[in-house]
Structures are given as structure tokens and as C-alpha cells.
Design a protein around this ligand. Sequence first.
Ligand SMILES: Cc1cc2nc3c(=O)[nH]c(=O)nc-3n(C[C@H](O)[C@H](O)[C@H](O)COP(=O)(O)O)c2cc1C
Length: 318
Amino acid sequence: MGELQAFNMKLKIGNLKLKNRLFLSPMVDVTDLPYRILCRKQEVAMAYTEMINIPAILHENKKTLNMMKTSFEDKPLGIQITGNKVEDFSKVLPFLDSKKYSLVDINCGCPSSRIVGNESGSYLLKNPKKIGDIIKVLKNSGIPVTAKIRLGFKENEVLKISKEIERAGADLITVHARTAVQRNREPADWSWISKVKKEIGIPVVGNGGVSKPEDVAKMLDIADGAMIASAAIGNPFIFREALRYLRTGKEKEVTGKERIKGFLDYISLAEKYDLVDIGRIHFLGGWFLRGFSGASSVRQELMKMKDIVEVRRFVNQL
Ligand SMILES: Cc1cc2nc3c(=O)[nH]c(=O)nc-3n(C[C@H](O)[C@H](O)[C@H](O)COP(=O)(O)O)c2cc1C
């Protein structure tokens, strides 16, 4: 990363000012309120809700309200929504409360058969004009509008798609540098992130395969921001270490003790916000509880536990 950029870590999205250029990806079953707060404690500048389907928002059931939950400790926050019909996006406008959400992001990347079957997520990439129409509708919310895309559905059409998104008035675009049919084990092709950056004027955030601090530095050489998903699961510390690396060229190893403490902090926050979900505790614990001797048997024990009191007691004595 060039020296100049190292001193210019702030970023603007419409009227929203970010303290640095690190983004936590929206992730289903991961980026709930407690998890976002944990990452913010490690200095990530921007975070999102997991993707939320428009019908779920309109029905306001408990599960969705939990996904939409935020707090004073959780700013700035993007709400990510999925849907297929332009009219449906206009129905969520009353829910886009600027006191809670700093921006709204359109999911144009999810490849799951359930979402694609519903003509949402990455299916939208087949029709860039429709994405543009959705952006125009969402602009009526008064908060910045962003889109998270892939390179295309089957074909790489990223330049055409990004230009349409910019033309429609979006404030930022995130590019996950794979097509929707590519598996995550195939390498993301960052050269397309550079090409998008050269073609459009709005900020471009790069995503896909940013798995260590050095990758963040490389991404920030070509894009305005670096977004991390998989590598941040059970490892909120990656943001702190990425910033350290950007400042000093060095990173510090995250200790097993820190990981255990991070998991306990997640549990406390989940309790504080009444968002305890034992399935999620198992899943996240499986990622947090690594990097110390005996970690694998600890994880096996954890998976057998059915209530949070038991989990807390067990993890506390590690
Ligand atoms: C568990 C998990 C859940 C995800 N959920 C979402 C989501 O809700 N919305 C979204 O736009 N992308 C979602 N993604 C995709 C990521 O945001 C990201 O684009 C992708 O994993 C590539 O980044 P990475 O290489 O850093 O993992 C998810 C990824 C994972 C691993």
C-alpha cells in the first residue's frame, strides 16, 4: 500500500464519513448485533446486517426484528436487503429509519438456489437496468444507497453493471470478484476490481479472498475499501491487525487467550441484547475456539452443550 493512502484512511459514502476503509461483510447467521459490536471494538469502520428479505421486513416477525436490531454501539450500520420487484423495494422505505441505518445496501450477489429461484440476489445481475430502478426507488429513503455485486451471473458483465449502478445514483459499489456460478474455493479475480475502479467515479469496495492483513493492504492499493467475510468469522481481530499492518507493516499473532475472551464477549453481548441463539453460539464457538492446545476437544465439548449458562461456565474455565 502506498504511503499516501496510508495517511488517507477516511472514506465518504454520500454524506456518511467512515473512520477507515475496512468493511465487515454482511453474513447470514454471523453479522448480528453482538458480532458487529465485537468487530467495531477491533476498529472496523463499517458493518452491515445480514441480508434481509423484503417480505420478512414487511411481516415484522421476531426473527426479522432480531436481524434488524441495532444500538448506539453499532454505528454506522448498513441494512442489506434482498428482493426482486422494484415496487417491493418501495414498500420498505418506511423501515429505513436514518436514526438506525446509515445506508441501505442491495444484495445483488447471493447465489443460493432459494434466493436465485426467487429472482433476487445474484439473479438481479442479469438485469442491470432493474438494479438501477431499484436504486432510484431507494434513493427516496434519504440515506445513501449502495449495491453489493459479483462480476456477473454466468458471464462477466461487471463493467456494464457497475456503470448502470453509478448512473442510477448509487453512493458506493462493492464488488465480490467472482461470478455467481463460481465457487468460493476458486480464486477471486481482483483485476476486475481495478477495472471497475478505473471506469466509475463512486467509491469501489473490493471483496473476495481478503483473508489476512497483507491482503487488505493489497486491496487498498486498487480499491477504496476492503471488505472481509470468511476471514472475520471467529476472528474480529483481523481488523485490528490489518490496521496495525497498514500503519507499521507488521502484524501481531492473535493468541488463544484473546480468542477465548472474544467468544466470551460475544456471549455477553448476545445476552445483553437478548439475542442468544445456541446454534449460532455453536457455530461461532467452532471458529473462535482455536489456536490453543486442546482446542479441538474443547470445540467437541461445546457442540454438546444446549444452554448458554453451561457454555459460559465451560468457556470461563478454559
Ligand atoms: C457465512 C456467510 C454468509 C454470507 N451471507 C451474506 C449475506 O447475507 N449478504 C451478502 O451480500 N453476502 C453474504 N456472504 C458473502 C460474503 O459477504 C462475501 O461476499 C464472500 O464470502 C466473499 O468474501 P470472503 O472471501 O472474504 O469470504 C456470506 C458469506 C458467508 C461465508
